[in-house]
Design a protein around this ligand. Structure first.
Ligand code: MN
Length: 235
C-alpha cells in the first residue's frame, strides 16, 4: 500500500484556482470561501415575510467556483422560473482568525466589491417550506457575479452610501449600506465565532429591499457608492 502526502502527483487535473480581479492592478485576489449574510437589511427581511426584530441575520455559503467575474454574461440557470437579483456589498479578507473582536475585524479586510447573490427563489422557497438546506436555491453555477475588488488602501471602509440595482434602466433595489443590521466589522466578528476565517475568504453582506426576477436578455446594473458599478447581462 502506498500513502502519498499533499505534495504528491494528482490523479486528475487540479481544478483551476478561483480569483477575482483587483482594481488598478493585473494581480488577482485568490478566493478560499464565499460566505453570505441572510436578511441583513430590515426592509428586505420584511419583504421576505420575516420580522427583523425577532430574527437576527444569519449565514450561508456559496462555492468559490460559483463566482462570475470580469463582466462575463450570466447564463440563466436550470430548474427555476423565478430567478432573483440581490445586490450586495462584497468584503474580501486578507487576514483571518477565530473569535475576532469587532474592534479588530476591519484590519482583516483587503477590499470591497459590488456583487450579486443570484437566487433561484422558487427552489429556495420550496426548500425553506420543507425545512431543508438552501443550497439549490443559492449555490449554483455563476450565482455570485462580482465586480473588481477595490482595495481598502484606495477606498477605505464604506460604512454608508447608496446601494442600488437597475434592470434595463428601471430602479428595482435601493438602500444605503448604513442600513445593514450587522455592520461589516460585526459580520466578520460573528462569522469568526462559527468558522476559522482565512485570507481569501469573501463575504456577501446581504441585500436591500426590492429583490425580483430577471429574464434572459435583461441587463442588471448594480451600484454601490464609493465602491463601483457592475453591469451583467442575463443570457
Ligand atoms: Mn443575499
Amino acid at each position: 500500500m502506498t500513502i502519498s502526502g499533499p505534495t504528491a502527483a494528482l490523479v486528475i487535473p487540479a481544478p483551476a484556482p478561483v480569483t477575482l480581479p483587483v482594481d488598478g492592478t493585473t494581480a488577482r485576489f485568490p478566493v478560499r470561501r464565499v460566505y453570505c449574510v441572510g436578511r441583513n437589511y430590515a426592509a428586505h427581511a420584511v419583504e421576505m415575510g420575516h420580522d427583523p426584530d425577532k430574527e437576527p441575520p444569519f449565514f450561508f455559503q456559496k462555492n468559490p467556483s460559483n463566482l462570475l467575474s470580469d463582466g462575463q454574461d450570466f447564463p440563466y440557470p436550470p430548474r427555476t422560473e423565478d430567478l432573483h437579483h440581490e445586490v450586495e456589498l462584497v468584503v474580501a479578507l486578507a487576514g483571518g482568525g477565530r473569535d475576532v473582536p469587532v474592534g479588530q475585524a476591519l484590519d482583516l479586510v483587503y477590499g470591497y466589491g459590488v456583487g450579486l447573490d443570484m437566487t433561484r427563489r422558487d427552489q429556495q422557497a420550496a426548500l425553506k417550506k420543507a425545512g431543508r438546506p438552501w443550497e439549490a436555491g443559492k449555490a449554483f453555477e455563476h450565482s455570485a457575479p462580482c465586480g473588481p475588488l477595490m482595495p481598502v488602501a484606495q477606498i477605505g471602509h464604506p460604512a454608508q452610501g447608496a446601494i442600488w440595482l437597475k434592470v434595463n434602466g428601471d430602479l428595482r433595489q435601493e438602500g444605503d449600506v448604513n442600513q445593514m443590521l450587522w455592520k461589516t466589522a460585526e459580520i466578520i466578528a460573528e462569522l469568526s465565532t462559527l468558522y476559522e476565517l482565512a485570507p481569501g475568504d469573501v463575504i456577501m453582506t446581504g441585500t436591500p429591499a426590492g429583490v425580483g426576477p430577471v429574464r434572459r436578455g435583461d441587463v442588471m446594473h448594480a451600484h454601490i457608492a464609493g465602491v463601483g458599478d457592475l453591469m451583467i447581462t442575463v443570457v
